[in-house]
Design a binder for this molecule. Structure first.
Ligand code: URA
Length: 251
C-alpha cells in the first residue's frame, strides 16, 4: 500500500474515533468465530440497570468504606458507571493523604488513564509548577507543604468528553466520602465540572478566586490548568488565586 492510501485510511480511523493502536496487525472480526456468551451464575448476576438506583448503590458502598483502601476497592467494584468499561485504569488519587490541601479535578485524560494517577499529563505538569510556586509538592511528608489530589470521575471519559450529569451524580457519594476520609483543611476545585459536582454551580470565571464552602470545608474554585494551557493570559488570575490559597494555608 502506498503512503497516501495508508495515510488516508489512518485519517479515516482517527475521524471515526480511534485514539490508539492496540495491536501490530489488524483483526478482521467478521472472520473470528462468534463465541456464545457464557451464562453467569444467578448469584453474581447484576440486577438490570433500570431496577436499581446507581446513586443509592454508590451511597451505600461509600458509606461502608472506612478507609482509603476500602473506598478505592468500593469504587473499583462499582459497576454502574459506563466510563469504567472504556477505561484502562481506575485513577483514584495521588499525593499525601495527610495534606492540609486537597485538590479535586474533573476526570482523567489519556496519560492519567494509562498511568492510573491523576494530573500526570501536560495539565498535571502545569499544576505541579503552579503548586511549586507556592511551595507545595505531592511527595512531601510535611502536611502543610503537600497536596492530595483526586478527581470527580475516576475513569477517563471517551475522547475526553465532558462527564454526563448522571455520571457525576453516581460518583458524587464516593467523592464526598473521599473528602471525609482525607479531612483536608482546604479544598481547591479545578474547573467547571468540579464546581458543578461539589457546589451545584457552573461558571468558573465568576466562581474562581472567591472562597466558598462545600461538604463543610472552605473551598476555592480555580481555573483548570488545561484551560490555562489554552488561555495563557488567564495565568494572571490563577496566580492571584494561588496567592490566596497560600495565605490561607500559612495563616
Ligand atoms: N484533568 C483533570 O481534571 N484531572 C486529571 O487527572 C487530569 C486532567
Amino acid at each position: 500500500m502506498d503512503f497516501h492510501t495508508a495515510k488516508a485510511l489512518l485519517d479515516w480511523q482517527v475521524e471515526m474515533g480511534a485514539t490508539e493502536a492496540i495491536s501490530e496487525t489488524p483483526i478482521n472480526r467478521y472472520d473470528v468465530p462468534a463465541q456464545k456468551p457464557k451464562p453467569k451464575p444467578i448469584s453474581v448476576q447484576k440486577p438490570l440497570l433500570d431496577e436499581v438506583d446507581p446513586v443509592a448503590v454508590a451511597q451505600a458502598a461509600a458509606d461502608a468504606a472506612s478507609d482509603l483502601d476500602g473506598l478505592q476497592a468500593a469504587i473499583a467494584a462499582f459497576e454502574y458507571c459506563e466510563l469504567k468499561k472504556g477505561a484502562k485504569n481506575l485513577v483514584f488519587s495521588d499525593g499525601n493523604p495527610a495534606a492540609r490541601l486537597m485538590i479535586i479535578g474533573e476526570a482523567p485524560g489519556r496519560d492519567e488513564d494509562l498511568q492510573g494517577r491523576p494530573f500526570v499529563g501536560k495539565a498535571g505538569q502545569l499544576l505541579d509548577k503552579m503548586l511549586a510556586a507556592i511551595q507545595i509538592w505531592r511527595e512531601t511528608p510535611d502536611a502543610t507543604a503537600s497536596v492530595y489530589i483526586a478527581n470527580v470521575l475516576p475513569w477517563r471519559p471517551p475522547q475526553n468528553r465532558d462527564p454526563k450529569p448522571e455520571e457525576i451524580a453516581m460518583m458524587l457519594p464516593f467523592v464526598k466520602k473521599h473528602v471525609e476520609l482525607i479531612d483536608p483543611d482546604v479544598i481547591v476545585l479545578m474547573g467547571n465540572i468540579s464546581c458543578q459536582a461539589m457546589l451545584g454551580r457552573k461558571g468558573i470565571t465568576r466562581l474562581r478566586g472567591q472562597w466558598t464552602e462545600a461538604v463543610g470545608k472552605p473551598v476555592l474554585p480555580m481555573f483548570h490548568p488545561a484551560y490555562l494551557l489554552r488561555s495563557p493570559e488567564k495565568k494572571r488570575e490563577a496566580w492571584h488565586d494561588l496567592l490566596m490559597l497560600q495565605k490561607r494555608l500559612t495563616a
